[in-house]
Structures are given as C-alpha cells and as structure tokens.
Ligand binder design. Structure first.
Ligand code: AMP
Ligand code: MG
Length: 722
C-alpha cells in the first residue's frame, strides 16, 4: 500500500533484479510498503537499482536519499550470476585436477543430458555435452597433476584422507605456467577427496602463487576444499568453476550497487541471498551459492505469509514475462534440493526447489496453419512485450491487450504505452487468418493454450509428490500472475494473490533470515555394537568439525557486521552401511560432542528413516555411516511486520473505481468494472466481471468470480461456482 502521509522509518529495501525488470520493494516499520519497477540496466545495475527505488520513494513522497537514510537493511538479488554463465560471459577459467580426471568436465557422471527433453536425449544432441560449454573449458585449459589422497570407506582399510601419493610439484608448476600462457583469468583447483584432506589443494595454491609472483601476474586461485568441501567430484568441480567464472563479475556489480546506495545516504553494507534461502553480505566468500538469489525470495515470502494464514501446504506460482516457476511448501517447510541440476549442471549446493517452464505473458505465439495448431514459447519478448510495443513477433500480451484485459495506458503505471491497434492487427494477421478464426476467438484460443500449459505444469508438480490439490493452497504472483489467475482450474483448497504480486520475490527477500550454511564431507563408520571408545573418538572428531564450522560461521557473520548469532543448527547426512539412500537429519539436541550425543544422532536418524521408508526398511545390524556434516548459523535481522486492518464494507468505495471498459469473457464482450488496486481496502469484495489494476500488475476477475481483500489485504480469489 502506498501511504504518503505516514512516517516511514526503519525501512528494509529488497531488490529482485531479473534479466528484464528490476523490482524494488521497500517496507517500513509500520508494515506499509511501496514498490517500484525499472528496466534492468545490464551494463550497470546500479542505474536500474536507483531508478527502481526512485519510483518506490516517490510513492511515499520521499526522495531517493531520504528513503536510503531511513533504511536499516538492503538486500539485492537477481539473475546476473546465472545470465553471465548462460550468455558465456564468465571469466576464462583454467582447471587443475588430479591426473587421470582431466575429462571429468565432459563425462560428468553421464549427466551431460541434464536439462534436456526426452526427444533431445534420444536425439544425437546426447553427444553435445553440457560439460565445459558454460565455462568455455577446453582440453588446453584443463591440466592434471599426479597426487592421491585416499577416501575412507567400509570397503577400504585406509584412513580417510591419508596421502597415498604425494603431489607432483614440478608438474604443478608446469600446469600453472601452461594455464597462465593460455591467459586464464582464474584458476580452479579440484583434487580427488580434497574434502577429507585439503593439503594438496593448498599446496597447489602456494605453488601457483610462487609462479605468479615470478611472472608478475595475479589471478584468483579457488580451491574446492574451501568452496564446496563435499563428496562427489563432479558437483564439487561445477561449483568451483561457477565461482571462478562468475563470482568476480557478480561481486563487482554488487559493489557498484552498494556504492550507489552509499552515495545516496544508505549507511550499511549491501547483502544478497544464497540459493538455500539465507541473506548473506556481498562479501560472502562463496558467491556461487547466490546463483539463484532472486526467485528464492518467492518461496520465503510464501512461507512467511503461510505462517500468518495458518496454511501448511502452499504451491507457489510465479508468472512473469518469460517463465512460469512453481515451488512447494509442505508442512511449512520449503523443499530444498541438495544436488540440484541447474542450467544443465549438477551442483554441490543446497537450493530451493523450483520447477520452471518457458511460459509467460511475453511468450511468442506460433501457428501451424496446416494442422490448426497453436504453440507458445519458450522464446519470449522480454521487455519488448509484443507487437503492441516493439517485438517483431506476436505474443500472449498482444492477446491480453486485444481482449481488453491489459490496459494499453496502464503498462508500468503508464510509463510505457502499448499500441492496441497493432495488437489487433498482429492477432488478425498472424493467428486469426491462418486459422480461419475471428480475432477475439483467436486471442482467446491462445490464452486457453497458455492456461492448459499452466494447469498441466501445476498438476504434474502435485502428482509427482502424490499431493492432492484439495489439500493445497496456491499463491499466485509475478507481474502476470494475477492476469492469468482465472485460467487455473486445478481444484486447490484456496487461491491467493497479493497487491505486491509484481514484486513478490523482492518482498520475500525482505522476509528472509541472515544466515550462513556449511556442508563438510566426512567419512565416519559406526559399526554395529560399537563400544564406547569407538563412539567417543568419532564423537570427538565430529565435535571438532562442528565447532570449526560454527566458528567459521560466526567469524564470517561478524566480519560482515552481523554481531548477534541467534541460533545454530547442526545436522548430518547419514545412512545405513550398505544402503545407498542418504538422509539429512537436523539434530534436535545440537551438535554431536559426546558418545551419548552420537547415540541420540543415530536414534534421530533411525526415527526419520522409518518415517520415510517404513520401520521394516531399517538396517541397524550393518552399522551407520556419516558422510556429511552441516551447520546453519542464523543472525538477527529485522523482519517486515504485517498490519491487520479493520474490515471495511464489502462494497468498494466509489473512489476505488477507475471506470469501466469492454472485456471479452466466455465468447462475448462484457461491460467490466475497472478498479484501482491501491484504493481497495481490507474487507472489500470485488465481483466479476471486473479488472483490478495496479501500476505493475492486473487482476482479472471473470463473471461469477470474486476477489476478497482479507484483514491483511491479501487477496483471496474465488472462481465462479460450478
Ligand atoms: P514480471 O516479469 O514479473 O515483471 O511480469 C511482467 C508481466 O506482467 C508483463 O509481461 C505483463 O503481461 C504483466 N502485467 C500485467 N499488468 C501490468 C502492468 N500494469 N504493467 C506491467 N506489466 C503488467
Ligand atoms: Mg518477476
């Protein structure tokens, strides 16, 4: 809501800088908020950052400086990291790895099909590896060095981390020289089992630094044992390559944004968001963890609101110009993926689970005149919108303009004027005539295809988890979410959208925790019937590792200005020896330090295992294996407040009405009331046919449907009965 009168203080700024739009969200101590949008300036995001907040500040009758002077937190997220890599604009990276593993970036555990459709997998594309493409790796940029650290394991009578073959230092010097000769801008080091013993990786860095000193050059050297010290070398390697190729570029852009904020009277440091849903300072040493920073916010925002509404199971649906992203919150928990496949690569990174398809308001419409067939996307007009603005091909947005849903004079609050005549011409010539349909019929047909795609994607997500939609509530957001909400016919228990739908991810970012998360590969076997001495020595080793990770977290938080540690969570990835299924268990009692703690850890593992796989699946007689430790350190951070309003009369005030226009519903043009979303208050109920306009989004309410503004001004949407 934009309340120009009230005194705004202790403001939290949260930004979602997408490839097309930068969404700026400002929330004040009293719970009121203001949002701004600007086209993302890809050369210098500091400019679009300032534009977005100028917009948001103006809603509150403030200058950009006043807004910044009153802000106490500033979190900037986006898709720069991902886009840098997808567009092959990362730094040129050289890779040093254990001899014999030089082709790992190509064979990658057979994962070269990740992210491809079945047709593509079956097709010869199978032989086009995702491999080093994104990092522009090629054989000359990958050097093997002889060395070997042993992995422990129940089948090997070796101490985990023991050096079996020393590092060949002469070979290492040659490798560094060769990579520098190739002109690399960063060196990534990924040696086998370095998560159990980092000595060789550290020695490689020393040698590299010596060589660089002699040559008078410096490039960063990034070690897997510091960035992602976990088992599975392919995931570890991809993570390090991402850090090396994209990290410095992203960090530099974030510093520019921070500088822009500081120059406008913001006194703190800038933060961003890690893919597991925690806020981190932009000085965070593992930048690759922020690869999915923006969209993560959507899930956190939904979880926060879900707690207020008492909704346990929420499906989040974000429709923007380009993509449709669906996430799930089950029993108030956001699903995380441990080894997500991301842009065709498997990563060692906890990441919120989101499933995307290329369908949005900017999706291009293609028509096959022979088979009378309409297909959409994945190509999108992005910020070019459609033929109604400056895109060369007809899009879904053109259809929305034709049918009266999108007001050509309200796009981005009127900053951009769309051309309705051009949209009508485009739909007639490119869709209606080839199909032999009327213009309205054709536009409606396109929206029906889009709706079918959205419904199919939602149902697939639910079915994959055996979830019954009637036990789930859907939150719909993104600039185009409210515009297409009416098309969803999955029988959800309830459906909500929000006045800040167009900046929902940014809103969610403002709700997140400031936290650090660490995963450390390990190799502890607890044999069946282990005696107290064995348990004591394992507990001691685990306790030492936990303390070190916690201290690292506290140290990083302190160095980033977050002094008060609020909570520390400890857990482990465990399995029964001989069973491949690994389970992550967060312990209820804290860290494992003593043999008694270890017994408790095992009991909690078994309890969780039985819950998921059934009691009969337990295999305690073969012993237990701990293969990863994790620690989550949370610091205090201010959170947005939610205001509860008195419920007003269901009938919207006359002042909230903008007028009426013709819109096309179920085959006929109908006189449709148009409302100003900012003028609608808690308690109001808007009955269709109606269109509720916000400067950045549009909520379509067909005949028979209604939009109810609840006590928090969240909007519950009810479809027409029957
Ligand atoms: P997003 O990518 O989340 O910013 O969503 C952008 C989409 O929101 C556009 O492609 C439009 O279809 C839709 N939209 C609906 N109403 C508006 C509006 N008033 N201004 C801008 N975009 C709008
Ligand atoms: Mg968006």
């Amino acid at each position: 809501m934009t309340t120009a009168q009230s005194e705004h203080s202790q403001i939290i700024l949260a930004t979602d800088a997408g490839g097309t739009m930068t969404d700026a969200f400002a929330v004040s101590q009293d719970g009121s908020f203001s949002i701004g949008k600007a086209l993302t300036n890809k050369v210098n995001e500091a400019i679009s950052y300032a534009n977005g907040y100028e917009n948001a500040a103006a809603n509150w009758g403030m200058s950009l400086e006043e807004l910044h002077a009153k802000s106490i937190a500033n979190i900037y997220t986006g898709t720069l990291f991902l886009n840098t890599l997808l567009e092959r604009k990362g730094l040129s990276v050289g890779l040093i790895t254990t001899k014999g593993q030089e082709s790992m970036y190509i064979h990658e555990r057979g994962h070269s099909w990740l992210g491809l459709e079945w047709e593509e997998v079956l097709h010869h594309k199978l032989h086009h590896h995702t491999g080093g493409d994104m990092f522009r790796l090629r054989a000359a940029l990958v050097r093997g060095v002889a060395e070997r650290v042993a992995s422990g394991g129940y089948f090997m009578l070796t101490e985990p981390g023991q050096v079996k073959a020393p590092l060949n230092e002469a070979e290492t010097r040659d490798a560094v020289n060769a990579l520098l000769d190739e002109g690399v801008a960063a060196i990534a080091v990924v040696l086998l089992f370095s998560y159990l013993n980092p000595a060789h990786e550290r020695r490689v860095r020393e040698i590299a630094q010596d060589v660089m000193r002699e040559r008078g050059v410096t490039v960063p050297v990034i070690l897997s044992s510091e960035i992602a010290p976990v088992m599975k070398e392919v995931q570890r390697m991809k993570s390090v390559l991402m850090e090396a190729a994209g990290g410095p570029i992203v960090r530099e852009m974030l510093r520019k944004v921070e500088q822009a904020a500081n120059e406008r009277a913001y006194r703190g440091e800038l933060a961003t968001m890690a893919s597991y849903g925690s806020i981190v300072n932009i000085r965070h040493p593992r930048m690759y963890e922020t690869i999915l920073s923006g969209p993560t916010g959507g899930l956190i925002g939904a979880k926060t609101i879900g707690e207020i509404l008492g909704e346990r199971n929420i499906l989040t649906a974000d429709i923007g110009g380009t993509s449709f992203d669906v996430g799930m919150i089950q029993d108030h928990h956001i699903s995380l993926r441990k080894e997500p496949d991301f842009a065709g690569h498997r990563l060692a990174l906890q990441m919120v689970a989101l499933d995307s398809i290329g369908a949005g308001a900017g999706s291009e419409v293609r028509v096959d005149p022979k088979f009378k067939h309409i297909t959409l996307g994945p190509e999108s007009a992005g910020s070019d919108v459609g033929k109604c603005l400056r895109h060369p091909r007809v899009t879904v947005s053109d259809c929305n303009v034709v049918l009266g849903f999108l007001d050509p004079d309200n796009f981005l609050g009127g900053d951009v004027t769309l051309d309705r005549e051009a949209a009508i011409r485009a739909v007639r010539e490119d869709i209606a005539e080839p199909l032999g349909l009327g213009v309205e019929e054709a536009a409606q047909g396109v929206l029906e295809v889009l709706n079918a795609n959205l419904n199919h994607h939602l149902l697939t997500m639910l079915k994959a988890r055996g979830a019954n939609p009637t036990e789930w509530t859907m939150f719909m957001f993104g600039g185009a979410g409210p515009l297409h909400l009416y098309g969803i016919d999955v029988p959800f228990q309830k459906v909500y959208t929000f006045p800040f739908a167009a900046a929902f991810s940014a809103f969610g970012v403002a709700c997140a925790e400031y936290a650090k998360r660490f995963h450390q590969g390990a190799s502890y076997i607890i044999p069946p019937g282990a005696d107290r001495d064995v348990k004591a020595s394992i507990a001691k080793a685990m306790g030492d590792a936990y303390s070190a990770l916690r201290d690292q977290g506290v140290r990083e938080l302190n160095s980033e200005g977050q002094l008060a540690t609020k909570e520390v969570l400890y857990g482990a990835s465990m399995r029964y020896v001989g069973v491949l299924e690994v389970l992550d268990v967060t312990f209820t009692f804290g860290a494992v330090m003593t043999p008694e703690d270890l017994d408790r850890a095992i009991a909690e593992f078994e309890e969780n295992y039985a819950k998921i796989y059934g009691k009969g699946a337990a295999l305690p007689e073969s012993g237990f294996f701990v293969n990863e430790l994790f620690v989550h350190v949370v610091a205090d951070k201010p959170k947005p407040r939610f205001v509860r309003y008195e419920l007003a009369d269901p009938r919207p005030a006359e002042s909230a009405r903008k007028g009426e226009r013709q819109a096309y519903f179920a085959g006929t043009w109908q006189t449709t009331q148009v409302y100003d979303m900012d003028g609608l208050v808690a308690g109001n109920v808007v009955r269709g046919p109606a269109i509720i306009e916000h400067p950045m989004t549009t909520l379509v309410v067909p005949p028979g449907a209604e939009a109810r503004f609840d006590e928090h001004r969240f909007i519950e949407y009810r479809a027409a009965a029957g």
